[in-house]
Design a protein around this ligand. Sequence first.
Ligand code: MG
Length: 360
Amino acid sequence: MPHIRPTAKHVRHVLMFLIIPAVSTATGAAFAQTEWKSGIVWPQPPVVDPGPEGKTVGSPPPGAIVLFDGKDLSQWHGGRRWLVADGVATSRGGSISTKQSFGDCRVHVEWASPSKVSGHGQGRGNSGVYMMGKYEVQILDSYNNETYFDGQAGAIYKQSPPMVNACRGPGRWQTFDVVFRAPRFNKDGSLQSPAALTVLHNGMVVQNNFQLLGETAWHKPPEYEAHPAKLPIMLQFHGNPVRFRNIWVRELKPIVGKKPEKAKDGKTDLLGCVTLDGKPLSGAVIAFHGSTGKPISTTINDKGRYKLKPLPAGVYKITFKAAGDSAKKIPHRYTQAETSGLVVEVSPQVNAYDFNLSSR
Ligand code: MG
């Protein structure tokens, strides 16, 4: 008789994130301190043309939280300091932070450096999107404006230059699409896994899953300090009137499966699904017939699923007994161990068996 192949069950561990109080704050610029630079000599990112304005403008997708739709900055702490007019928010008077906190997420930001060019290097159209208030994706007018390459637009500040310079000219609208994975910390505060950033600037990938070395401070090397699993996003004010519009965020939540519960003796319950001609065989009784003793049976629920206490390892013949509405549906051959043709081999490694019966 043919053996029924067990169904592989995808099992994922549920990750628990440790919540540790934040002990540090991000600062946009600490001019009183001595500047730190990495010392690494980066080659200059090549300049590319990202295409016309409007091509990469993104509408909020389903599930997105709109952080600025042109009306007001009520979603932001400090938002009243900035000027909101004609659907545009202009930075002034200090950085702003979202009232809501975020961990893993995708962020869309549209920004424009001032039309009238003043200043140079880091002083020209400087702002920044700080994930968790700590990890900066640099905003800068990098159109014909040279500065250190890991400090230009699209850089992970002082850690990774953009792969290309996709900056449009002064005053023109630009997009950032940021995919962020928050860092994880162990119980003792040590780093479990680093923060990671993927960034598209005007539709061009400028960072590809870059794993951060720590916070992107201006005045010291990057290092991690344990912090909560979710923190606000910050938009930097660096003394330049940078304009913003159409800002939204979408939290990223992986699908998490549930591992079947283990009995005290370490054995796992038997699980499975039963269909007849593709429909759940609800209400019928499934029985596992071992070589000795009485068969072990249970009733199939209304979704066609069954669950049994752990069985000793061995070969079992399977039968189905009609009950309730299922009485006239089950072909006779499936009701007898000698004729059902259904055999499974129960082992400690396998705990799920599905059966797809046919009336033909
Ligand atoms: Mg900045």
